[in-house]
Design a protein around this ligand. Structure first.
Ligand code: HEC
Ligand code: HEC
Ligand code: HEC
Ligand code: HEC
Ligand code: HEC
Ligand code: HEC
Length: 251
């Protein structure tokens, strides 16, 4: 973007404030659950049918210990609740949750049915306040700045269980120009992402590996859960935090 200096004041106003207003009128932002519940799931593909309560799972407790790569890459959980075909024999035989919930890394299946089959998406939320108080605050989602925590070494999640990822590192930060004039571009830092997820989580299914090569890359689609919205609606900080992706924009 290049502007002449005479228009600076006007652009300052329109560049920073108008997009938010225009955008707000155009798209509905998601309703967010309370910080303790953000990223919590109830898995019920098979439980109710099998006569037990749905399984509760919380991302915030697990991601302090493991990166996304461990579960969504190595252990092959889909990134959509209720879609991975898991039954409790898998857990017993050491697959999926059972890779850790084997009585060694974490409590095992035997005698601990009620710890997983709580049927309550708010399980453990009473412990969240104590957990998050010491950490780096943020405005949305879990209201924790997870990237900052990684940088400060406040958490050191394991990056793999079985085999060290062999991929080469790629640390380029991209400036993604928005299709609307006056909208400050979004930034995409590879480094901050690759410490959580592998290249093949994003390439080629979510994004073309050529800058500006991804088609239909718009906020409307992002808000439907595509592209950045694949993670930034449910687990990573939500879309509501405009200025974390569009530095230079305020709401
Ligand atoms: C300890 C394992 C584990 C870790 C670590 C983990 N996830 Fe998940 N994730 C799951 C499970 C289990 C599901 C639900 C899968 C299912 O029901 O088929 C899930 C589902 C999701 C979903 C879909 C949520 C929904 O409401 O549909 C997203 C998005 C997601 N994970 C992103 C992430 C991101 C990003 C990270 C890293 C910051 C991460 N996950 C770390 C286990 C994990
Ligand atoms: C570490 C977590 C965990 C523990 C502990 C656990 N389960 Fe499960 N269980 C699961 C998951 C995950 C599913 C599949 C979730 C779904 O419905 O989408 C499941 C599914 C089930 C189902 C549905 C039918 C089937 O076979 O998949 C039954 C029945 C069941 N569990 C019984 C039990 C019993 C009985 C215990 C205690 C001996 C137990 N579970 C302990 C995680 C657990
Ligand atoms: C990569 C390892 C790993 C996987 C996979 C994993 N967990 Fe855990 N989980 C842990 C560890 C470690 C703890 C904390 C130690 C403990 O409670 O025994 C934990 C704790 C829990 C707790 C206790 C409450 C909490 O959140 O701290 C529940 C409930 C739980 N896990 C459910 C699940 C379910 C359901 C799955 C599968 C959908 C799953 N976990 C997959 C490692 C894992
Ligand atoms: C969280 C998602 C995500 C992950 C993980 C990811 N990328 Fe990307 N990558 C993107 C996006 C978004 C773009 C830009 C696409 C566009 O502009 O259409 C991109 C673009 C690229 C480009 C083109 C850069 C340019 O300047 O043209 C390369 C090369 C690339 N990625 C390599 C990698 C490698 C190697 C890894 C793993 C080490 C990786 N990416 C991991 C999202 C990701
Ligand atoms: C596969 C999941 C995934 C996708 C897809 C994804 N992100 Fe992220 N992103 C994360 C995770 C995990 C974090 C760590 C922070 C958190 O969890 O809140 C993060 C952090 C960030 C940060 C903060 C970095 C910092 O230094 O604080 C920015 C900016 C960001 N993402 C932008 C984007 C943009 C723009 C896109 C789409 C082009 C995108 N992300 C797509 C998972 C994802
Ligand atoms: C997770 C990152 C992320 C967050 C958070 C985010 N955006 Fe975007 N936004 C993008 C990306 C990436 C693009 C550009 C896509 C492209 O390359 O064309 C974009 C484009 C836009 C555009 C251009 C029009 C369009 O549909 O593409 C507008 C307007 C916009 N964003 C407004 C907002 C507002 C307002 C917020 C906060 C409510 C917000 N964005 C939050 C990543 C984000």
């Amino acid at each position: 973007m290049s502007y002449r200096s005479g228009t600076v004041v006007l652009l300052f106003l329109s560049g920073l404030l108008l997009p938010g207003l225009l955008f707000g009128a155009q798209y509905a932002l998601p309703e967010l659950p309370s910080p303790a519940l953000y990223g919590n799931l109830l898995m019920d593909r098979a439980s109710s049918r099998g006569g037990v309560k749905p399984v509760s799972f919380s991302h915030w407790t697990h991601r302090t210990r493991y990166t996304c790569r461990v579960c969504h890459d190595e252990l092959e959980f889909d990134m959509a609740v209720g879609s991975t075909e898991i039954d409790c024999n898998d857990v017993k035989d050491g697959r999926y949750c059972g890779a850790c919930h084997n009585g060694k890394q974490a409590f095992g299946r035997q005698d601990n049915c009620v710890y997983c089959h709580t049927g309550d998406i708010a399980f453990r939320s009473d412990q969240f306040a104590g957990f998050s108080r010491e950490l780096t605050p943020d405005e949305f989602g879990n209201q924790i700045d997870w990237s900052q925590m990684m940088r400060r070494g406040q958490i050191e999640p394991l990056n793999y269980l079985y085999a060290k990822p062999s991929e080469t590192s790629f640390e380029k930060t991209l400036k993604l120009d928005a299709a609307w004039g006056r909208i400050p571009p979004a930034v995409f830092p590879h480094k901050e992402h690759n410490q959580w997820v592998g290249c093949d989580t994003c390439h080629p299914d979510l994004f073309n590996i050529r800058k500006q090569g991804t088609e239909h890359f718009t906020m409307a689609r992002i808000l439907k859960g595509e592209f950045c919205g694949y993670c930034h609606l449910k687990v990573a900080f939500p879309i509501n935090a405009c200025e974390r992706c569009h530095p230079g924009m305020s709401r």
